[in-house]
Design a protein around this ligand. Structure first.
Ligand SMILES: [Zn+2]
Length: 348
């Protein structure tokens, strides 16, 4: 850590505050790869059917734990979320808050991304649920995109940040809110300019830090493995994300890979590419590249704050005491990760 370009860096074990582990063979494939890097992970609930109750979350957690290799059994902790649907009740929230394993609920706009058909068209119907979450001190994780199909796909986060986020934050002054996978300068500004109470934060993915939308069309070919939701944005937005994470002195931004694996047929088949970038195998190294390139002196400490401290603090948990070490070198990323039991997953 003393050198400007160290060949190895050691960090407190990082956490991933936004990950999709899926289910079945995909779960068995990606969970060990996540557990090799991360301590705690916040597991997204968009299964089919969604994880909508505390009982669903408890059952899903057991399936995740069954996929953790013995080597990570003591360090890997899945933290669970509920999927907010139009049917979610105050009683569902209270049951979730009583569970030691559920830490948050996830708001999806209907139709925004993979398995979001159960999501909500308008946040207004969830007002009683948000009130119950605030009372129970459950975190609200927000996929911050306007669900109106008339809004241009590149403008949906900006529309949500302009129209919905301010009234949500104003109506529930003690509710902690995470603007997940922030992808625009507008989202960054909302988080940076919030009141000083620190209850609005954002996760940032490696792919939104590394790529702008030009990468989707590089070389005149559509790149399905870089298609995600929210979609990659213009270069000025990417630059604002990088500036936000390396310049964050108040712990408002933290690591959420949004690693979202699909089987290959869902990414390259004739039905079109499903939204989601699978970055989970190599996420930590990808973030390290961003911080080394843009973080200046002290980039390792900035990376550690982003990856290992800020999220834990926001969620009211202690930072990890154990460490991980990253070693500089060629770490080729495979185009396809074989799914346990056969079939092809997707690299990103
Ligand atoms: Zn996600």
């Amino acid at each position: 850590m003393a050198s400007a370009a160290p060949d190895r860096i050691t960090l407190r074990r990082p956490d991933d505050w936004h990950i999709h582990l899926r289910d079945g063979p995909l779960l068995e494939t990606v969970t060990p790869l996540a557990a090799a890097q991360f301590g705690r992970v916040i597991v997204m609930p968009n299964l089919t059917p969604p994880v909508a109750t505390a009982a669903d979350a408890a059952a899903y957690r057991e399936r995740i734990l069954a996929a953790v290799p013995p080597s990570a059994a003591g360090t890997f902790t899945p933290l669970m979320t509920l999927y907010l649907t139009p049917q979610t009740s105050v009683a569902d929230v209270e049951a979730a808050a009583a569970s030691p394993h559920v830490v948050a609920c996830k708001l999806y706009p209907a139709g925004a991304t993979t398995n979001s058909a159960s999501g909500v068209r308008s946040i207004d119907g969830l007002w009683p649920v948000f009130g119950a979450m605030q009372a129970a001190d459950l975190v609200l994780c927000v996929h911050g995109e306007c669900a109106d199909p008339a809004v241009d796909v590149f403008d949906r986060e900006s529309a949500f940040v302009r129209d919905d986020l301010p009234r949500l934050v104003a109506a529930f002054p003690r509710l902690r809110v995470v603007l997940e996978h922030v992808s625009t300068a507008d989202g960054v500004a909302a988080v940076v300019n919030q009141p000083a109470d620190g209850r609005l934060a954002a996760t940032v993915t490696a792919h939104h830090l590394l790529y702008s939308r030009a990468a989707l069309f590089a070389g005149g070919r559509l790149r399905p493995h870089l298609f995600c939701a929210p979609v990659l944005k213009a270069e000025a937005h990417r630059a604002s994300l990088v500036e936000a994470v390396v310049g964050d002195t108040r712990g408002r931004f933290f690591l959420g890979s949004d690693s979202a694996p699909h089987v290959r047929a869902s990414k390259v088949g004739e039905g079109g590419a499903a939204a989601g970038v699978y970055s989970g195998r190599d996420a930590l190294g990808l973030y390290a590249e961003v911080f080394e390139d843009a973080g200046g002196g002290g980039w390792v400490a900035k990376l550690e704050a982003f990856a290992s401290v800020n999220g834990a603090t926001f969620y009211g948990l202690p930072p990890a005491t154990e460490t991980v070490t990253l070693v500089r070198g060629a770490h080729p990323v495979p185009a396809v990760v074989e799914v346990v039991g056969g079939g092809g997953g997707t690299g990103g």
